[in-house]
Design a protein around this ligand. Structure first.
Ligand SMILES: [Zn+2]
Length: 61
């Protein structure tokens, strides 16, 4: 999955939360960890779920 444009990108600890349009008129929200070797990444229908996932992520890296 390669979203072409993110907006409202914020950082919570090592995790970035961003929203994007999926090209079908829907807004999706992701939380992705930027720590090397972690690979944590989730996708959500709503912003608060993505932010919650970022906030509760326990980074193993
Ligand atoms: Zn992590």
């Amino acid at each position: 999955m390669r979203p072409n444009r993110f907006f409202h990108v914020i950082r919570i600890g090592p995790v970035k939360v961003g929203s994007f349009n999926n090209g079908r008129g829907q807004t999706r929200h992701t939380a992705a960890c930027t720590a090397p070797g972690c690979g944590f990444s989730t996708e959500h229908d709503n912003r608060s779920a993505a932010e919650l996932a970022a906030r509760t992520h326990r980074c193993p890296a």
